[in-house]
Design a protein around this ligand. Structure first.
Ligand code: TYD
Length: 206
């Protein structure tokens, strides 16, 4: 018998919103509920995708090159990791997916959403996340958290607050346009409160 298709869950937010911490915790909670979970990330998630990630996070490049490399890595990721796992009945938890391209390359850098939508249709026209958690945080607090984390900032994290304001606005616009799929989580709350609201959300969702 073919297993029921798994669920595709993505986590989004500006750098510093804390989604990586929450991702590990969500994976643990889902496993405790008996789900088989694949944890992955973008850009990356495959050997080639991880090599593209290294370039994307360090090498200055034209905005269209940046966008196409994001989608090239995504094409590998969908074909080799995401689609096969969902087909086998596993849940896929991805740290970022195409909403990040709309927010960073579209909102942040100003590439037209139409261009992004064309690449999205090409690369994964038949696959969208079932659920997206968008961790929302003011840019001021996000930047304080990033500064406190003391890891050396990558090419995106070095951008100024104007860039991150545009990224956040684009995320919020997408959340308003896709209210069924994208849930906004207030990431300014204490960790325990955020966890409680995630727990409730997954009880409803599982
Ligand atoms: P991030 O998840 O923030 O990695 P880390 O937590 O290790 O810093 O992702 C890396 C960066 O890639 C992040 O700054 C956002 C950027 N990004 C885009 O600009 N467009 C995209 O489509 C994706 C997936 C990521």
């Amino acid at each position: 018998m073919t297993p029921a298709r798994g669920k595709f869950v993505t986590l989004e937010g500006v750098d510093g919103a804390g989604k990586s911490t929450h991702l590990a915790w969500i994976a643990e909670r889902l496993r405790a509920r008996g789900r088989e979970v694949v944890v992955t990330r973008e850009p990356g998630g495959t050997p080639l995708g991880e090599r593209l990630r290294e370039l994307l996070l360090s090498e200055p490049m034209h905005i269209e090159t940046e966008t196409m490399l994001m989608f090239a890595a995504r094409r590998e990721h969908v074909a080799r990791v995401i689609a096969p796992a969902l087909k086998a009945g596993r849940w896929v938890l991805s740290d970022r997916f195409s909403d990040a391209t709309y927010a960073y390359q579209g909102g942040g850098r100003g590439l037209s959403f139409d261009r992004i939508a064309a690449l999205e249709r090409w690369v994964h026209g038949d696959l969208q996340p079932d659920l997206t958690l968008y961790f929302d945080l003011s840019i001021e607090v996000a930047r304080q958290r990033l500064a406190a984390s003391q890891v050396s900032p990558d090419r995106f994290e070095r951008e100024g607050s104007g860039f991150f304001d545009r990224v956040r606005s684009a995320y919020l616009e997408r959340a308003a346009a896709h209210p069924g799929r994208i849930r906004v989580v207030d990431a300014a709350q204490p960790l325990e409160i955020v966890k409680e609201s995630l727990e409730k959300l997954f009880i409803e969702y599982c």
